[in-house]
Design a protein around this ligand. Structure first.
Ligand SMILES: Nc1ncnc2c1ncn2[C@@H]1O[C@H](COP(=O)(O)OP(=O)(O)OP(=O)(O)O)[C@@H](O)[C@H]1O
Length: 411
């Protein structure tokens, strides 16, 4: 039984088995035809989430809870357990380690090692550290075809486009924010429970102007919940001592006014961009706090967005349709969109998910440059040890019986 790994993006991830048969050399997967396969991928998880929305329950969860209420990592684990219960003949794993905490990654690697003795595994991966030791053959997607490759890894010139880590300045915003207080975010002994379950326990945290924070913690520790206290309209925030940009949350500024001061990126933001906006329009939309562009921008706004594209060496892409861009370029555009107004606070929730090693370095270089060349404070969430990322401080959420406590450290 041969196990395969394939490096690179597959054109239509919603239809993985068919796509794999299309891109792989014909002889390679012929023994899988007619067999029962299972697919572990984001696209598959999305289908279960839609079912959950529609029927209020999902076959992935036995506890009676909805799939939507699970954390990102918990959902992925639930999907994998469900698929393995089906006892498939072969398993296609599309970047299975994304969004999992380190311990879960190690557990899953051991589980897959055992499983590989019984069923055939096809791994799609983009980080060298994710290549599993039992894989026999490695392929790389190039021009829509899978080409055989050595297991030793890929050379930087394969993907690297531009080094954004040494930028000396950023385009200034067309309009500046009024003077902001020194402390932008202040949480005083914030605790959150969902039904009977304590999630966050007595979290005290201050984010000051221009600080660069990493927010970490295992799956389910409460990172998204904590961010929703700041950025979202989570009702659990009311009654807690949360101060944003100098005002107690719920006491004056509307959620809309708070969001105006925050640049935000999360990988699932792309799901909301269904219109065929151009790259330039997408960046401008960050000045108008809209998802896509619905009004005619001013000349000044256009010039500012053009300057960002120049900085990213993407001038020639400005008229391209955003959703048609490769993943790395989409991420760069969305980070520029979040940053174009130089918000007091920038929240980046797993901005390198789904990217390969080289592309991840491009993003972390860009984030370091933003931190160095602006007064914007950054909160960066990631499970991976991000090579090259230079946060100054870290808030780690450490789960316990009474919920997660926060531990602050400096680098
Ligand atoms: N609406 C909800 N109802 C019940 N439980 C919830 C709800 N939202 C989140 N939870 C639970 O709260 C805990 C924290 O979830 P959260 O999404 O904040 O974790 P996280 O640290 O972001 O995890 P991950 O790294 O997996 O994304 C999880 O155990 C989750 O199942």
């Amino acid at each position: 039984m041969k196990h395969y790994a394939i490096y690179g993006e597959i054109a239509d991830p919603e239809n993985l088995p068919a796509q794999l048969f299309k891109v792989m050399p014909e002889a390679e997967l012929s023994d899988l035809r007619g067999k029962q396969g299972a697919v572990f991928s984001n696209a598959e998880l999305e289908k279960h989430l839609e079912d959950d929305h529609r029927h209020g329950r999902s076959k992935l969860v036995n506890s009676g809870r909805s799939l939507c209420s699970l954390s990102a990592g918990e959902r992925r684990k639930a999907l994998l357990n469900y698929l393995l219960d089906q006892q498939p003949d072969f398993l296609i794993l599309d970047n299975p380690f994304d969004s999992l905490d380190r311990e879960s990654v190690e557990d899953l690697k051991l589980q897959l090692e055992k499983l590989s003795k019984e069923i055939q595994v096809i791994l799609l991966y983009h980080r060298q550290e994710d290549l599993l030791p039992f894989i026999d053959e490695v392929f790389r997607i190039k021009s829509g075809k899978a080409i055989r490759h050595s297991k030793a890894g890929f050379h930087p010139e394969d993907t690297s486009r531009v080094d954004l880590s040494q930028l000396q300045s950023l385009p200034p915003p067309p309009v500046c924010f009024k003077k902001q207080p020194e402390v932008l975010v202040k949480l005083e002994q914030v605790s959150v429970r969902y039904e009977d379950r304590p999630i966050l326990s007595n979290i005290s945290w201050e984010v000051k102007k221009g600080e660069f924070w990493k927010l970490s913690g295992p799956n389910g520790a409460g990172k998204t919940t904590l961010l929703s206290m700041i950025y979202g309209d989570n009702p659990k925030a009311y009654g807690e001592n949360i101060f944003l940009f100098g005002n107690r949350k719920g006491s004056g500024e509307t959620v809309w006014e708070i969001k105006r001061k925050i640049g935000y990126f999360s990988p699932n933001l792309t799901e909301f961009f269904t219109r065929r906006n151009t790259v330039l329009e997408m960046i401008i939309s960050g000045l108008l706090d809209s998802v896509g562009l619905y009004q005619k921008p001013s000349r000044q706004q256009v010039v500012c967005a053009e300057e960002w594209l120049k900085l990213l060496k993407m001038e020639d892409l400005q008229k391209k349709i955003f959703v048609d861009l490769p993943l790395l370029e989409q991420r760069e555009v969305l980070i520029a969109r979040a940053m174009i107004k130089h918000p007091p606070l920038l929240i980046l929730d797993e901005p390198t998910t789904g990217l390969n090693d080289e592309s991840a370095l491009t993003i972390t270089g860009l984030v370091n440059s933003i931190a160095r060349n602006s007064d914007t404070a950054i909160i960066y969430v990631s499970h991976r040890e991000e090579k090259g990322l230079m946060p100054e401080r870290e808030l780690s959420l450490i789960p316990g019986e009474k919920g997660s406590r926060g531990e602050i450290s400096s680098f």
